[in-house]
Design a protein around this ligand. Sequence first.
Ligand code: AP5
Length: 239
Amino acid sequence: MANESANDTAQNIGPVILLGPPGAGKGTQSRRIVEHYGIPQISTGDLLRDHVARGTALGLEAKVIMARGELVPDELMYGIVATRLREADCKRGFVLDGFPRTAPQAGWLDAFLEKEVFDKSEKCPPVVIQLLVDYTQLLQRLAGRRSCPTCGRLYNIHSQPPLVDELCDVDGSKLVIRDDDREEVISGRLAAYETQTRRVADYYRAQRRLVAINADRTMDEVTAQIFAVIDNHFKDGCE
Ligand code: AP5
């Protein structure tokens, strides 16, 4: 009950979009935004992996595409994103991690927000934060990533190792390597970013909504830059 009233009076902060290549730190920083601002993380990668794990029709189709490091077709993405964004916890805002990833997805999101979100509540145009990271740094981050299959916590054998080798600090589960973090898939994912997702940055730059930050720094330094951008963008509330 206490939480409900806190949320009722908390300021809307609107949609936050984290844009960046595989390994840029979108998932890591999204979790910190969730903790700090109390808004949910919508990770399309996690939504798809959940469909794959449950063996749904969408999951079966997405599995082979993801294994090649390619993007799942836009038409398949719209349904799962719309369903998630219609949930009640997205009312005050949300952080999008991995969506939009193509120019048509960005256009679809604008239309969705206008029709289904801003029509019913205050208009809070998204802030789009682009995480810039050096290519060799990305390769090292992806190759070193480990995650807990139970609680989802992220680790990195170079920058954020667990206390005990290969075991989760929180629940002791054996850490796993993501299927698409194999060397031959990583190059396909980075190529998909270059050919398709860079256009999303152009789309938002043209609308003067893109803020690029240097995400080559430590996790805490990146977090500080992101929080400053969000606080500045939503400082006067929504339109
Ligand atoms: P998705 O799950 O979204 O993967 P991704 O975009 O490739 O991003 P990653 O999760 O690999 O990286 P991240 O930026 O979140 O970095 P992280 O924080 O983990 O998508 C997977 C697949 O699903 C796609 O290839 C596609 O097939 C499909 N898909 C998803 N969305 C789609 C869409 N909208 N349309 C079509 N298809 C879609 O960090 C990486 C590592 O680095 C970690 O180990 C972390 O600990 C470490 N690290 C993080 N920050 C730092 C730092 N500052 N310094 C040092 N280490 C750091």
